[in-house]
Write a protein that binds this ligand. Structure first.
Ligand code: PLP
Length: 393
C-alpha cells in the first residue's frame, strides 16, 4: 500500500460513537425522531448563550478583510488576553496572553500538547475508561498509550496504579475531570495524591512527568469542586474548549495553556507553537476568537443538564439499573445487565435506545448515556428501558 497505513487504519476503523450517532440519525429519518432514544453523542442540548449570537452579529459588521483575515498563529492578542484575564480572575493566577495558544477545540489543543512534549517511544498514561480519541492522538504523536484503570467503585484516578505504571519512558499522564465517560470529578485529595506520585517518580527517574489536564467539562458540575490543577502540580499543561461550556462544538474554539508556574515554561511555549506549526494547527477560527473577547465569562447553563440528570437517574434507579452518580459533565455510566456490553447495546438498540458500549472507552461491562438530550427523550425512553430490563428477568 502506498498511502499511510496507520492513517488508513484509523479512518477505516471509524469512531464507534460517531457510527452509533449516524445510525441514530438514519433511524430517526426512518421511524421519526420521537421514536429513537439517542444517547450516543456529547453534543450539547443547551443553546449557546444569546451573548454569542449578539457578538457574531456585531462582528459580522466589521470590514470583511479584517473579519476574515488571518490572525497570528497562536491567536489574536486581544482574545488571548481576554482568556488570560478570565483565568486570573477565577483562579487567582497571573497568566499572560503569551501563555495561551488558541486552537480548534480541545482535540487540537491535546494533539498540539502531545506533539510538543513526546518523543518517539515515550509513554503517555490515560485513566480508563477514557475518551477514545486519546489513543489516536497519543499514537499519532509517536507515543504509546498506556491504560491504567480508574478505581473500580469511585472511578477516581487510582494513583497507586498510576505509580506502578510509570516507567522511564513515561512522559505524561492525561486526565479529564469532570470526566467523559463516567461523570466523575477528581477530588482535591485525588489530584494532590497524583501530583505527589508524579513529583516523586519524576525525581527518581530524573525527568519531568507532565500532567495534561483536559478540561472541556470544567464548568459542568452539580456542586462538586473542580480544583485548578496547575496550582496542585506545576508541570501541568491545560487543554480547554468552549465546545461544552458555551455549546459551540461545531465552531472549533479552545486553547492550550502553559502556566507560567511550569518550570520549563519558556521552552514549552515554543514547543507548543512549533507543534501547532508542524500540524498545521494555526490561526483558530477568527470569528470565534472575537466571540471569546465578548463572551469568555458567559456562565454555562448547567440547570438543564441537572434536570436531565435527575430525570434519568430517578427513572433508571426505579427500574433497578445501577449507575455511577455523576458529579459533572453530562454522561451517565450505567452498568450493563450482562458482562458483554456490546451484547447489551444490541438489545438496547433493538428497542431504539442508543447508548455507547464501554468497550469504546477501554473497559467492559458498562454503557455511557449522554444526557445532553431533550428532557422528552429521557422521559419517553423509560418504557423502552423497562422492556430492556424485563428481558433479563
Ligand atoms: N476531550 C474530551 C474528554 C471530550 O469529551 C471531547 C469531546 O467530546 C474532547 C476532548 C474534544 O473536544 P472538542 O470538540 O472541543 O475538540
Amino acid at each position: 500500500m502506498d498511502i499511510n497505513e496507520k492513517s488508513y487504519a484509523y479512518g477505516a476503523a471509524k469512531s464507534s460513537i460517531r457510527e452509533i450517532a449516524a445510525y441514530g440519525a438514519a433511524r430517526k429519518a426512518q421511524i421519526g425522531a420521537e421514536n429513537v432514544f439517542d444517547f450516543s453523542l456529547g453534543n450539547p442540548s443547551v443553546p449557546a448563550p444569546d451573548a454569542v449570537r449578539k457578538s457574531i452579529l456585531k462582528n459580522a459588521e466589521l470590514p470583511p478583510a479584517q473579519l476574515h483575515g488571518y490572525t497570528p498563529a497562536s491567536g489574536m492578542p486581544a482574545a488571548r488576553e481576554a482568556v488570560a484575564n478570565s483565568l486570573n480572575r477565577r483562579f487567582g493566577t497571573s497568566y499572560d496572553p503569551g501563555d495561551l495558544y488558541l486552537t480548534c477545540g480541545a482535540a487540537a489543543a491535546i494533539s498540539i500538547t502531545l506533539n510538543a512534549i513526546v518523543n518517539p517511544g515515550d509513554e503517555v498514561i490515560v485513566i480508563a475508561p477514557y475518551f477514545p480519541e486519546y489513543r489516536v492522538w497519543i499514537e499519532t504523536a509517536g507515543a504509546t498509550c498506556v491504560e491504567v484503570m480508574a478505581d473500580a467503585t469511585t472511578f477516581q484516578a487510582d494513583t497507586e496504579a498510576v505509580a506502578k505504571a510509570i516507567t522511564p519512558k513515561t512522559k505524561a499522564v492525561m486526565i479529564d475531570s469532570p470526566n467523559n465517560p463516567v461523570g466523575a470529578v477528581y477530588t482535591r485529595q485525588t489530584l494532590e495524591a497524583l501530583a505527589q506520585v508524579l513529583t516523586t517518580r519524576g525525581e527518581e527517574l530524573g525527568h519531568d512527568i507532565y500532567l495534561i489536564s483536559d478540561e472541556p467539562y470544567r464548568e459542568i458540575t452539580y456542586g462538586a469542586e473542580v480544583p485548578w490543577v496547575p496550582s496542585l502540580y506545576d508541570r501541568t499543561i491545560v487543554c480547554y474548549s468552549y465546545s461544552k461550556s458555551l455549546s459551540l462544538p461545531g465552531e472549533r474554539i479552545g486553547w492550550v495553556l502553559v502556566p507560567n508556574t511550569n518550570p520549563r515554561h519558556d521552552e514549552l511555549v515554543y514547543a507548543v507553537a512549533g507543534a501547532g506549526r508542524k500540524l498545521g494547527f494555526v490561526c483558530a477560527p477568527a470569528l470565534f476568537q472575537r466571540v471569546l473577547i465578548d463572551c469568555v465569562d458567559e456562565p454555562t447553563n448547567v440547570e438543564a443538564y441537572a434536570t436531565n440528570r435527575k430525570a434519568l437517574t430517578d427513572g433508571l434507579s426505579k427500574l433497578g439499573y445501577e449507575y455511577i452518580e455523576p458529579d459533572g459533565a453530562f454522561y451517565l455510566w450505567v452498568k450493563s445487565l450482562e458482562p458483554d456490553a456490546e451484547a447489551f447495546f444490541n438489545k438496547a438498540k433493538a428497542l431504539e435506545i442508543l447508548p455507547v458500549p464501554s468497550n469504546s472507552f477501554g473497559c467492559t461491562g458498562w454503557v455511557r448515556l449522554g444526557y445532553c438530550v431533550s428532557l422528552d427523550t429521557i422521559q419517553n425512553s423509560m418504557p423502552a428501558w423497562e422492556k430492556l430490563r424485563n428481558q433479563y428477568k
